[in-house]
Ligand binder design. Structure first.
Ligand SMILES: NC(=O)c1ccc[n+]([C@@H]2O[C@H](COP(=O)([O-])OP(=O)(O)OC[C@H]3O[C@@H](n4cnc5c(N)ncnc54)[C@H](O)[C@@H]3O)[C@@H](O)[C@H]2O)c1
Length: 272
């Protein structure tokens, strides 16, 4: 099988050894697949509170890796360089403490960390001489969309954002739309102009945010700019959760070179 051949290639080079914490989750499963097919990384172990077997099959191969509910056991057995975590903040914090003490860098996309959690992660990472990357959005296209919106913000007086998500998303407007709006106003140095007319949604910095929640959608956002006789639209669409893996894999390759906590994929991409 192609994937088996790729893994054989990895044994010949010094691939980054990765464990996935939350390996049975929706994003965790995609990360397991991405780590195992990238020639620069090698999946060596996996952890999930729902693990019921001692091994996890590597997708599309006849191979498996050690699997457990116990992170320390997996670290002892596999000696990883990097832990990727997609769980819950209350599960990620103890895991990051364990990994840091073992000098293992972490890439985490888990949401819900408090400012105190982030300060502790930074301290732990610095004390142990390792890197931790946390990004609330690992979809590369969303990061580029926000960057382009900041550039366009300087040239238009009016802007609105439509964000569209699956109906299970609990919050509205989305965190990404709020971050986009704040970044646009910051780039422009002042709020956008408010066109005359009725109030049609939540307004941030003069930008009206529209939230759509529909079954069948994943995560989508369109930033619309307007001025005399023209509009500009910047749109990002995700099709499935594979959208996070290029950003996660980039972070896995970068985290070994960093010390302390790095927040946001934009810093890894040099888009600041
Ligand atoms: N940064 C991003 O781009 C991004 C994208 C999507 C989701 N997320 C976040 O990533 C996290 C996971 O999202 P998901 O959709 O995969 O959720 P999920 O519920 O499908 O997966 C979470 C996994 O973590 C496991 N888990 C929970 N507690 C654990 C513990 N104590 N020890 C080990 N494993 C434990 C669960 O069993 C589950 O398999 C959430 O915090 C979500 O908000 C971030």
């Amino acid at each position: 099988m192609i994937a088996d051949r790729r893994r054989e290639d990895k044994s010949k080079m010094s691939a980054i050894k990765v464990i996935v914490h939350g390996a049975l989750g929706k994003v965790g499963k995609e990360v397991v697949r991405a780590v195992s097919i990238d020639p620069a990384t090698k999946l060596v172990g996996a952890v999930d509170i729902k693990a019921t077997a001692k091994t996890l099959n590597i997708p599309d191969t006849s191979e498996s890796v050690p699997f457990s509910t116990n992170l320390e056991e997996i670290i002892e057995a596999t000696g990883p360089d990097v832990m990727v975590d997609f769980t819950l903040a209350k599960a990620a914090m103890p895991a990051i403490r364990i990994a840091a003490k073992k000098k293992i860098g972490t890439v985490t996309g888990t949401t819900g960390f408090t400012p105190e959690d982030l300060a502790e992660i930074d301290k732990l990472a610095k004390e142990n001489g390792i890197g931790v990357i946390w990004a609330s959005n690992f979809a590369l296209g969303a990061i580029v969309m926000m960057h382009l919106a900041k550039i366009a913000a300087k040239y238009f007086d009016y802007a609105e954002i439509i964000e569209l998500h699956h109906n299970q998303k609990m919050d509205a407007p989305s965190g990404t739309s709020l971050t986009t709006a704040k970044g646009m106003a910051q780039s422009r140095g002042k709020p956008f102009e408010i066109p005359p007319g009725p109030n049609r949604g939540q307004m941030i910095e003069g930008i009206t945010l529209h939230s759509v929640r529909l079954p069948g959608m994943m995560a989508h956002q369109e930033v619309l700019f307007g001025t005399a006789g023209q509009t500009l639209s910047i749109r990002h669409d995700t099709i499935n959760r594979e959208c996070y893996t290029p950003g996660v894999m980039l972070a896995v390759k970068e985290v070994c070179k960093l010390k302390g906590l790095t927040q946001g994929l934009d810093k890894i991409l040099g888009l600041q």
